[in-house]
Design a protein around this ligand. Structure first.
Ligand SMILES: CC(C)(COP(=O)(O)OP(=O)(O)OC[C@H]1O[C@@H](n2cnc3c(N)ncnc32)[C@H](O)[C@@H]1OP(=O)(O)O)[C@@H](O)C(=O)NCCC(=O)NCCS
Length: 206
C-alpha cells in the first residue's frame, strides 16, 4: 500500500518499516523454511518471484506490509543495515470489498531467536493502531492454523475472540471489533509509539 511507503513506526521492542527491495534476500531465506510456510500458509517462491511480490505489495491498494525490525539492534552504533535487524513481518489485508473497515492481520516473527520476547505482540499492536488511526479500520480478523498455539494465544491476549472454525482449511478465525473501550485500550497500549518519516536504508543516523 502506497500509504505506508514513507512511514516508520518506532515502538519499544520493534520498529516497523515498509517492505523494500533491501529486505527481500533475508525474507526469501526465511520463507525457505517449511515450518514457516506451513504456519503462514505460504507457497515457496523463487528470489525473482519474491522481488516481484515485494513490488506488487507496494502497489496493492488492499494490502499493507511492514517489516518488523529488532529495535535494540536497529538503535545500535555504528548504525547497522536494516537487513541485519530484521525479525519478521506484519500485514493487513482489506479482504472484504463490501466492507473497507475490516482488516485481516498476519504476524510472523521469523527469526527463532526473536520469538517469545513480545515482538509479535508489539508488532500486532502497532499495526492495529495504524489500521484504526490511518486506514479507518474498526474490525480485525486473524486466520490461524488449528495447531498454532503460540499464535492463538497471542491473539487471545490481544482481545481477539474465536468466531469460526474451518475443518476443511484446519484454521480458526479470530475477530476483534473495536468498540470505544477497545479503541481506548489499543491507543493506550501504543501511546509510546513514534511515527517518523521513512527514508529507506540505514546508512544515515536515525
Ligand atoms: C506467533 C508469533 C507471531 C508470536 O510472536 P512472539 O513474538 O514469539 O510472541 P510474544 O513474545 O509477543 O508472545 C505473545 C503471547 O503469545 C503466546 N506465545 C508466544 N510463544 C508461545 C509459545 N512458544 N507457546 C505458547 N504460547 C506462546 C503467549 O501467550 C505470549 O504471551 P506471554 O508471553 O505473556 O505468555 C511467532 O511465534 C511466529 O511468528 N511464529 C511463526 C509464524 C506464525 O505462526 N505466524 C502466525 C500466522 S497466523
Amino acid at each position: 500500500m502506497r500509504l505506508n511507503q514513507n512511514t516508520l513506526l518506532l515502538g519499544k521492542k520493534v520498529v516497523l518499516v515498509p517492505y523494500t527491495s533491501e529486505h527481500v534476500p533475508r525474507y526469501h531465506e526465511w520463507m525457505k523454511s517449511e515450518e514457516l510456510q506451513r504456519l503462514t500458509a505460504s507457497e515457496p517462491l523463487t528470489l525473482e518471484q519474491e522481488y516481484a511480490m515485494q513490488c506488487s505489495w507496494r502497489e496493492d491498494a488492499d494490502k499493507c506490509t511492514f517489516i518488523v525490525l529488532d529495535a535494540e539492534k536497529w538503535q545500535a552504533q555504528p548504525v547497522p543495515t536494516e537487513e541485519s535487524c530484521m525479525a519478521g513481518d506484519v500485514n493487513l489485508f482489506l479482504t472484504d470489498v463490501e466492507d473497507p473497515t475490516l482488516g485481516e492481520i498476519e504476524v510472523m516473527i521469523a527469526e527463532p531467536s526473536c520469538r517469545g520476547q513480545g515482538f509479535g505482540t508489539e508488532a500486532a499492536l502497532l499495526m492495529m493502531s495504524y489500521g484504526v488511526t490511518k486506514l479507518g479500520l474498526t474490525k480485525f480478523e486473524a486466520k490461524i492454523g488449528q495447531g498454532n498455539e503460540p499464535s492463538i494465544r497471542m491473539f487471545q491476549k490481544l482481545h481477539f475472540k474465536q468466531v469460526a472454525v474451518s475443518s476443511i482449511f484446519q484454521e480458526v478465525t479470530f475477530r476483534l471489533t473495536m468498540s470505544e473501550a477497545e479503541r481506548q485500550w489499543l491507543l493506550e497500549q501504543t501511546s509510546h509509539v513514534e511515527e517518523k518519516p521513512y527514508r529507506g536504508g540505514s546508512t544515515e543516523p536515525h
